[in-house]
Design a protein. Structure first.
Length: 151
């Protein structure tokens, strides 16, 4: 259970780092807005320190996203049996073991969050959305898709 929790902490931290970068917030600026040190932000982003619910709410408010954003790519990560709850509860996703969820989370993090945090990806997104005409953006997207499947 502790490994799954630390994976969630790491995932949430990566989401904070991604949003902070997209919003052009430095660690210092976000820390100041929260009334904490930038080192604490570093620990949150690495998943070293857990973020309390109230603090996560504040971060979401500052970065302009709903709290759920930090958990969007996560699959269900616990069941009643895993946490020692004796009454029957419906898990987020039936039939998923902790090991499967952990592996799925790791794959998504590499393919999703890490990819989004690359400088080229951020630049591509900024430039793409600076194109006013939706039709032109769609043509560019189609071109990139075609290029991606070519040998």
């Amino acid at each position: 259970m502790a490994d799954i929790a630390s994976s969630v902490d790491s995932h949430v931290g990566k989401c904070i780092r991604l949003l902070r970068g997209l919003r052009k917030y430095s660690q210092e600026r976000l820390a100041k807005a929260l009334g904490i040190t930038f080192q604490q932000i570093q620990k949150y982003e690495r998943g070293t320190n857990r973020i309390g619910a109230g603090r996560l709410y504040e971060i979401a408010k500052i970065l302009g996203v709903p709290v759920g954003f930090f958990f969007d790519e996560l699959d269900g990560f616990t069941t009643a049996a895993n946490v020692g709850v004796h009454e029957e509860q419906t898990p987020f996703h039936k039939g998923r073991t902790a090991e499967k969820v952990e592996a799925s989370m790791a794959e998504k993090e590499i393919a999703g969050i890490e990819l989004l945090m690359m400088p080229e990806t951020l630049e591509l997104a900024r430039v793409y959305y600076s194109i006013k005409e939706e039709r032109n953006r769609q043509q560019i997207l189609n071109f990139i898709r075609e290029m991606a499947v070519r040998p």
